[in-house]
Design a binder for this molecule. Structure first.
Ligand code: 3PY
Length: 267
């Protein structure tokens, strides 16, 4: 199966994505089919209402099966546990067993935690991910040996940089082997640093830090991702050099679309 996000990254093309905050297989499928330009969809089990167990697994399958032909968005899961929690290991295991092409782990603030995340995402001898689930291996149609190699070689591991401690440690986190992407959460980053939330753009002081994180990721040979809330904001971030950009969310786009249609109906 095609891994559209990974293909975009390898081709150095900006990978635009959409955030999924609501559950439902037909909902996920509708979002996945909305545009051929969606490279990835984040199933948000942290703040969204898609429970990690058991809905994320079905949602992953629904997204991957949504688009006929070879391409379609890569399903990514944002796990609920933060990098500071012991639950990250089993939640990453669950997400990847479900067939997610990558994970986003919130609030990873030290290189030590980043190393644990990188290890949780890959089978031995590289990491410590346990093997057992037959489902994704079955869907991929691979022997066990080939599945282990393919999964290790294709998983996209993203950690969120969104605390003052993470900013302090950003170079060390970026340098961790097996961390592929630093993912900036502008909302948590702003409020944890004592600034107001973006409205819609971040405070200029936060903006400076965002640019430093982007620089640190690229300096370490890693990719950098950021959460945006509109197409125009995303286009600007693409010009700045961000590799992975969230463009909108299911709920955000739905509310805007409804409001726009109603305002033209009542104008
Ligand atoms: C943030 O901006 O804090 C995020 O994690 C995006 O939802």
């Amino acid at each position: 199966a095609t891994h559209t996000l990974l293909n975009s990254l390898k081709a150095n093309k900006t990978a635009f994505g959409v955030w999924l905050t609501l559950p439902g297989l037909f909902h996920a499928r509708t979002v996945a089919q909305a545009s051929p330009n969606i490279s990835w969809i984040c199933i948000d089990s942290e703040h969204g209402l898609v429970p990690l167990v058991p809905s994320a697994a079905e949602t992953v399958a629904s997204i991957h099966g949504a688009v006929d032909g070879t391409a379609g968005p890569s399903a990514i899961v944002r796990i609920p546990a933060t990098g500071a929690s012991d639950s990250t290991s089993w939640q990453i295991k669950y997400a990847l067993d479900a067939g997610a092409r990558g994970v986003i782990v919130p609030m990873v603030s030290t290189a030590e935690k980043a190393r644990e995340v990188a290890s949780d995402c890959r089978f031995p001898p590289i990491g410590r991910r346990g093997f057992g689930s037959p489902f994704t291996q079955g869907n991929w149609g691979l022997s066990t040996a080939d599945y282990l190699t393919s999964a290790n070689g294709s998983v996209v591991v993203m950690v969120q940089i969104e605390t003052p401690e993470a900013v302090k440690n950003v170079k060390e986190i970026a340098a961790v082997d097996g961390i592929d992407v630093l993912f900036i959460g502008p909302y948590d980053l702003s409020i944890s640093l004592g600034y107001p939330p973006p409205s819609p753009d971040p405070h200029p002081e936060v903006e400076k830090i965002i640019q430093q994180i982007l620089y640190s990721a690229h300096d370490a040979g890693k990719k950098c991702a950021i959460f945006c809330i509109s197409g125009s904001q995303s286009a600007r971030r693409a010009t700045e050099g961000f590799d992975i950009i969230n463009v909108t969310s299911d709920t955000g786009a739905m509310s805007e679309g409804i409001a726009r249609q109603l305002s033209s109906a009542t104008a």
